[in-house]
Design a protein around this ligand. Structure first.
Ligand code: G3I
Length: 482
């Protein structure tokens, strides 16, 4: 794995940990990155980071309303790709009118969970509003450059990488005909990359496509393009292999293909991994899927310059596959109930972890809100961290047990400022949505040892007052401010 990217990533996480420590007056870093699967070192993100890599996921705005999805996303993964929220039809639906609200929500979630963001995507023939395709060809270049400049400037410093151009090739390796090639020929790609570099010099700039994972006409075309761009001095940092696979059909040339791209001096990222199969899934296909996932992760780990793997979605219920491939599904590492599948365990093993016992990812409030041991009052300290945007916020709350004995089961009561309304939560169940609120532990974080701490968080809408919650009591005992 690329050492320089590991180095680039760690400071961000260290800063987040320091910020938490500063806010809480304690070393809260231990709670960052651990989560449903238990202690630090057992989540996909922790295992990947220990190898200088990352494990990412895609999230859409609607996914943020599911506490099940956000609980897994915020603990298992350390990179987020917005599924739709940074695409042209969302960000500039009419000429010159930009809308970054949905993308900002994904970025805010990422920040609250110490995750990096893969910006996706600046220039793509799909999810492109009609006004762009309808422009006279003489005006497309200016529209494209303005779009890239405005969006990349808005997210400057907030995205780790950009898929600058998405899916430029046909299956036979010819350039796809679209509004951009019609107006500028193949030169639009270099122009887009240069424009993105000028807007955000620190973002890693990628070209991203599917069916380029193995050797073949389409990946040859991408290889020739990248080689030519490098020779011309056009800024390009990486190539994204989308990796939408069919079970049992992962190309055997994946590793060799990654190697030839990195030999050009660019990184490779597995950007949208999933592995579909006919549904209902057979045991044999689920076992093959585990083999496939491990093969992909191992192929990336084996090549310096393959920076990490992202899955497209969190679990089978939020995957795009059933909507686009009739009769197919079960394409991710989490099943219909968001329980980890064999593929999850295979990835844990590939990342150097132990997959036994099977990790708990329960985020079900009903099964976990009530602790088995009756809660008792405890001395406590609470710190808060708010990230707000114009109409919403996320807030992380760290509880420290300052008493002399462990807390087994907890409810933290607090007051939300007027106008705030909770929409979803992670690492706790939070209700009601407004006013005097209670946050109760889930099954995996019921215990807070003496001197230990735990962090939960929530997202809320607000009407102007984005202040932190206040008046905390833990199991009925007032807490000091952290
Ligand atoms: O927002 C509209 C909604 O108003 C309307 O009622 C509804 C009716 O169909 O459609 C909604 O838009 C959908 C959009 O996702 C947002 O949910 C589109 O129909 C649907 O086509 C679109 O699908 C997205 C797809 O890209 C479009 O190409 C998927 O969610 C998204 O996961 C998928 O992501 C792509 C990557 O960007 C590039 N690589 C392939 C990958 C999978 O197709």
């Amino acid at each position: 794995m690329a050492v320089q990217l590991r180095a680039a990533h760690r400071p961000g996480r260290a800063l987040a940990a320091l910020a938490l420590a500063a806010a809480g007056g304690l070393l809260a870093a231990a709670t960052v990155g651990s989560g449903p699967a238990g202690a630090a070192g057992t989540t996909l993100r922790d295992l990947a980071e220990a190898k200088g890599s990352y494990f990412g996921t895609a999230l859409t705005q609607s996914n943020l309303n599911s506490s099940t999805i956000t609980a897994i996303a915020g603990t298992q993964f350390d990179v987020v790709t917005p599924g739709n929220e940074m695409k042209w039809d969302t960000t500039e639906p009419s000429a010159g009118n930009f809308n970054f609200g949905p993308g900002d929500q994904i970025v805010s979630f990422a920040k609250a969970h110490s995750m990096r963001v893969r910006g996706h995507t600046l220039v793509w023939h799909s999810q492109l509003p009609n006004w762009v395709s309808s422009l006279p060809t003489s005006q497309v270049k200016a529209a494209m450059e303005n779009h890239i400049t405005t969006e990349a400037t808005h997210y400057k410093g907030q995205v780790y990488s950009w898929d600058v151009v998405n899916e430029p090739f046909n299956e036979d390796g010819t350039l796809r005909t679209d509004a951009f090639t019609n107006a500028m020929g193949s030169g639009y790609i270099a122009d887009a990359l240069r424009t993105a570099r000028a807007a955000d010099p620190n973002a890693k700039l990628y070209l991203n496509d599917y069916n380029i994972e193995g050797l073949g006409a389409k990946s040859d075309a991408m290889y020739q393009l990248v080689s030519s761009l490098k020779q011309q001095g056009v800024p390009i940092d990486g190539v994204g292999f989308e990796s939408h696979f069919i079970v049992g059909q992962v190309p055997s040339s994946l590793k060799a293909n990654i190697q030839r791209f990195t030999a050009l001096g660019v990184n490779v990222a597995i950007t949208e991994l999933d592995d579909r199969m006919p549904v209902p899934a057979s045991a044999a296909n689920l076992a093959q899927q585990a083999t496939d996932y491990a093969y992909v992760v191992n192929s990336c780990l084996a090549v310096t310059g393959c920076v990490g793997v992202s899955q497209w979605g969190v679990g089978d219920p939020d995957s795009w596959i059933p909507d686009f491939f009739s009769g197919y599904g079960a394409a991710t590492m989490y099943d219909d109930n968001y329980q980890p599948k064999a593929a999850y365990n295979a990835v844990v093993t590939a990342l150097g972890g132990s997959s036994s016992p099977s990790p708990s990812v329960s985020a079900s409030p009903s099964s976990s809100a009530s602790p088995s041991v009756p809660p008792t009052g405890a001395a406590c300290k609470v710190s808060t961290q708010v990230s707000a945007w114009n109409t919403g916020l996320t807030e992380n709350v760290t509880i420290t047990n300052t008493g002399g004995s462990a807390v087994n089961g907890w409810t933290l009561a607090f007051a939300l400022p007027g106008g705030q309304s909770v929409t979803n939560a992670w690492n706790a169940t939070v209700s009601p949505a407004t006013g005097q609120v209670g946050a109760s532990n889930l099954s995996y974080n019921a215990a807070i040892p003496a001197g230990g701490s735990t962090t939960f968080g929530f997202q809320a809408n607000h009407t102007g007052n984005a202040a932190a919650a206040s008046g905390f009591t833990l199991n009925g005992v007032a807490c000091a401010a952290g």
